[in-house]
Every structure is written in C-alpha cells, then in structure tokens.
Design a protein around this ligand. Structure first.
Ligand SMILES: C[S@@+](CC[C@H](N)C(=O)[O-])C[C@H]1O[C@@H](n2cnc3c(N)ncnc32)[C@H](O)[C@@H]1O
Length: 196
C-alpha cells in the first residue's frame, strides 16, 4: 500500500538546486550543525557510510575524515552537478580516495545488490522531503545497512511538520528499523533509527 494511503498525503518538495550549493557549505552552517561532532558520534574508523542526498559534501567531508583510509563514504545525490562539486572539494582536501560518488535515480538509490548489508551507518539529512517515494527509500537503506547499523534522519521543521516527521519514522519502522531516539539537530527534527 503506498505511503500516502496509510498516512495521508505529504507534499514532495522541489529538489534543492545545485546552483545554490554554496549556501550549504558555509562557516555559519559549520558553526550551527557541528558536522564533525555528528560524524564522531555516529561513525567509526573503518566504517562504510551512506550519505544520501549529500549535496555539495558538507557532511560527507566529516564522515570521510572519521572513516579514515580503511573506511569508505558513498556520497549519493540525484544531481550530477552536486557530485562534481563534492569531487572538486574532496580532491582539494585529499579525501577523495575515501569517497565513492554515486548519481542515483529520483526514485531509487540504485546501488548494486552486492552492496546490501555492507553499510555501518546511513545519513539522510534535509533530503527525504525532496524524495518522491520515501517508503521505498527507507526500504533500500534498510537493505543496505548491516543489522545493528544506524540511520540518522533529519528534516527542517519549517518544511516538515511534526506529524509528517512521525509518519516518516513509521515508514522507516515498517522498513525494518527500530526508532532508538528522537532529538533535535540544532533546530531541526532528528531521529536515530537502528536496523533490526
Ligand atoms: C537540501 S540539500 C541537503 C544536502 C546535504 N544533505 C546537506 O545538508 O548539506 C538536498 C540534497 O538532496 C538531493 N536530492 C533531492 N532529491 C533526491 C533524490 N530523490 N535522490 C537523491 N538525492 C536527492 C538534492 O540534489 C540535494 O543535493
């Protein structure tokens, strides 16, 4: 049954345009979101990490620093232009060898099946409201994660209501996650979900 029948329709928002990518990688954002602290909290050296909807790599960079040379970050975005920005920035910082860039389809992460159960952690930060089929997205992330792996999920409150966020968490639970904790990520809604 499609998610909108179960939980009421939630509007899909337009995709953040790559021409505005600079707004996503600023000192102010670094000060507010403390991406290094987030990475150190949920990622370990050697981990394989999915950064879904990576944009220009604001969080990708910190995940790559933490995973080290023995780990890997798969940075996934719909827009090739975003991935090219990530490539340029990470190359300049010597982090590119730890990162795989992957352009997905609008309605699928579209990673090969042999990637299933290989990820330790996944992040969907400020992106799920732009995705046409969140139910499918959570199912795909659930398949990619190892049992016990975590999904950190965050959405902006001025775009995603509390009700909508709760509905999305329910979809993730149906896809095989346990809702471990809910918290605020600066002033955004956030949840930590664990793959059962
Ligand atoms: C608001 S930006 C957030 C970027 C990054 N997570 C951050 O917080 O800095 C949303 C990103 O998700 C990507 N996106 C939107 N819809 C997507 C989809 N269906 N699949 C993958 N990426 C998508 C956009 O291209 C954009 O780069």
């Amino acid at each position: 049954m499609p998610s909108d029948e179960k939980f009421g329709k939630h509007r899909q928002h337009s995709v953040f345009d790559a021409s505005r990518a600079d707004h996503l990688d600023t000192r102010l954002r670094r000060f507010i979101y403390r991406p290094a602290r987030l990475a150190n909290r949920y990622v370990k050296p050697g981990d394989k990490v999915l950064d879904f909807g990576c944009g220009p790599g604001f969080f990708t960079r910190e995940f790559a620093k933490v995973v080290g040379d023995s780990g890997r970050v798969i940075a996934v975005d719909l827009q090739e232009d975003m991935l090219q920005i990530v490539r340029g920035k990470m190359q300049a910082q010597g982090l590119l060898p730890r990162i795989t860039l992957h352009q997905c389809k609008p309605d699928s992460i579209n990673l090969p099946e042999d990637q299933n159960k290989t990820f330790d952690a996944a992040f969907t930060i400020f992106v799920v409201h732009e995705v046409p089929d969140p139910e499918k997205l959570f199912r795909e992330i659930s398949s990619l994660l190892k049992p016990g792996g975590i999904l950190f999920f965050s959405e902006p409150p001025f775009i995603v209501s509390g009700r909508e966020f709760a509905d999305k968490i329910a979809l993730a639970e149906e896809a095989g996650f346990r809702h471990e904790s809910g918290s605020w990520f600066f002033m955004n809604r956030a949840a930590v979900l664990r793959k059962i």
